[in-house]
Design a protein around this ligand. Structure first.
Ligand code: FE2
Length: 246
């Protein structure tokens, strides 16, 4: 296991203020995630090395365009509003913590998209953010649609998002840490450091939701189904900006 993953596990995954069936369930799911988290760290380190060896600044623009397409209002409004709507009015007293964290994430993801626009602007790759509208690479991304499906399709359990937060947002944290271990460029480092605490908060939200709320088989099932979905062999990794390959 790579030391970056080992450190993340020791610091954030294993310590918990909870005991009981939610924690037990999360640790079982963690075992399933470990090989893919480790693979992501190695891949992010390799991708960063390839970027540095390219001898050009184009990799900075490629990362920023990929991140711009995968984050921002597009992802935020589609995914977070769907998740907020998964809690019915009568369930709000039970899930008010989840609602608040998701409301916060709407802003987080919009800001994340803006950080990528800033790399493009400050790096001199574009003159105005609007220039990105002419570039398909800043507007398309290969992410799974599970949480991006229309909010009119009420198929999602209030706790399902915890699976995505736990599995994917941890990869964002790991991808950032792995990339920072290789790339010394100020523009890239500024962008990654500006986002890293928020990725960690998103991961910790998933961890908290599972530990605190996934206490019965009925509550665990929709989360486990998300892990099943995300752990499929064809499922893509995080965007290139966060250490993935696409
Ligand atoms: Fe984000």
């Amino acid at each position: 296991m790579h030391p970056i993953l080992r450190g993340f596990l020791d610091k954030w995954v294993y310590p918990t203020g909870f005991i009981g069936p939610g924690v037990d369930f999360r640790l079982r799911q963690t075992e399933r995630c470990l090989p893919l988290w480790d693979k992501l760290v190695l891949q992010a380190i390799k991708a960063a090395g390839t970027d540095l060896a390219s001898g050009s600044d184009e990799y900075k623009a490629a990362r920023a365009r990929g991140g711009y397409a995968a984050e921002g209002p597009f992802m935020s409004l589609k995914q977070m509003s769907t998740q907020i709507l998964s809690v019915e009015i009568s369930e709000q007293p039970k899930y008010i913590d989840l609602q608040r964290m998701r409301a916060r994430q709407i802003w987080d993801e919009v800001k994340h998209g803006q950080l990528h626009a800033d790399v493009m602007l400050r790096g001199g790759f574009i003159k105005r953010e609007e220039d990105l509208m002419d570039d398909p690479r800043a507007n398309t991304q290969p992410k799974l649609s599970y949480f991006g499906m229309t909010a009119m399709f009420p198929h999602i359990h209030p706790l399902a998002r915890a699976g995505q937060h736990y599995y994917n947002e941890s990869m964002a944290c790991l991808g950032i840490a792995a990339t920072l271990s290789v790339i010394k460029d100020d523009l890239i480092r500024h962008q990654l450091h500006s986002q890293s605490a928020e990725e960690l908060m998103h991961f910790m939200e998933g961890k908290y939701q599972i530990d605190a709320y996934a206490l019965t088989p009925a509550d665990q099932k929709p989360i486990e189904e998300v892990f099943d979905f995300l752990l499929r062999p064809w499922a893509p990794e995080p965007s290139r900006a966060l250490g993935g390959s696409a």
